[in-house]
Write a protein that binds this ligand. Structure first.
Ligand SMILES: Cc1cc2nc3c(=O)[nH]c(=O)nc-3n(C[C@H](O)[C@H](O)[C@H](O)COP(=O)(O)OP(=O)(O)OC[C@H]3O[C@@H](n4cnc5c(N)ncnc54)[C@H](O)[C@@H]3O)c2cc1C
Length: 236
């Protein structure tokens, strides 16, 4: 299986760095081809703009989704986006791994989603969820938190982790058609003991090896580009 990990942590010696190393070693040992988009190390630019495109569909008014749809049709995305979109297309299984920052994904990962998962590449109008372009492929969100499990419950301030992870899981991956596995959460990673952190690494390895052992039934829906409306994009 081809696995893409989109990894967002600025420090290789962090606990996230240890998780990434463990994941790469375990998945390689299990016979999978794993590719890592290491967003900080590769200095991924998360800021969307005209520089996303090699040419403009409308020089007068920048309308992001319309420009994305035009770039998808004309193959005019900037090289950094083409590279990431190729990585995504190759992958049967996608992992987003990150520390929870202000209740969500770090900005560099959100920027990756905005720029890479472009209109015409990861979704087109009328194709979402059950009919999403990536239907049949699978994904998993792996997160570290500062907060304890108790804080992520209904009666505590943060609310349940499923609600916290709604954006990457429901609004992005499932929107694109991915079947999303139960998330892997290393709660309170900086607060727990060394032994508990070692147990997190073991549990992460087990989860990833089990999740990638299940076959992927990719159901291609035809050429997404043929589905991109010719008109300017009017909404999601
Ligand atoms: C901007 C910002 C916003 C935040 N917002 C939130 C929030 O909304 N909710 C929330 O819950 N938390 C929040 N946090 C906390 C954050 O989620 C955690 O600090 C983070 O998830 C911990 O992961 P890390 O990889 O950075 O851990 P690190 O701090 O790098 O490491 C944690 C511990 O693991 C140890 N470690 C490193 N490598 C290994 C190894 N190989 N084996 C065993 N132990 C190891 C380290 O020595 C350290 O003691 C926020 C933090 C920041 C910076």
């Amino acid at each position: 299986m081809r696995v893409l990990m989109v990894y967002a942590h600025p420090e290789p010696k962090s606990f996230n760095g240890a998780m990434r190393e463990r994941a790469v070693a375990a998945l390689t040992r299990a016979g999978h081809a794993i590719e890592v988009s290491d967003l900080y190390a590769e200095k991924f630019d998360p800021v969307a703009g005209r520089h996303d495109f090699e040419s403009a569909a409308d020089e007068d008014r920048f309308h992001y989704q319309s420009e994305q749809a035009a770039a998808a049709r004309n193959d005019t995305f900037a090289p950094d986006l083409k590279r990431e979109q190729d990585r995504l297309r190759r992958a049967d299984f996608v992992i987003f791994q990150f520390p929870l920052w202000h209740g969500g994904v770090p900005a560099i990962l959100k920027g990756w989603m905005d720029r890479v998962l472009a209109c015409g590449i990861s979704y087109v109008d009328g194709r979402r969820y059950d009919t999403g372009l990536f239907r049949g492929r699978r994904a998993l969100v792996a997160v570290t938190t500062g907060g304890t499990p108790q804080r992520f419950s209904e009666s505590y301030p943060y609310g349940p982790i499923e609600r916290v992870l709604w954006q990457p899981q429901r609004m992005t991956l499932e929107y694109m058609g991915f079947e999303v596995e139960q998330p892997f959460i290393a709660y309170a990673a900086p607060r727990v003991s060394d032994a508990e952190r070692a147990a997190y690494l073991d549990a992460y390895e087990t989860r990833l090896v089990e999740a990638t052992a299940k076959p992927v039934e990719f159901k291609p829906i035809g050429d997404p580009l043929a589905l991109v409306a010719e008109k300017a994009w009017s909404g999601r």
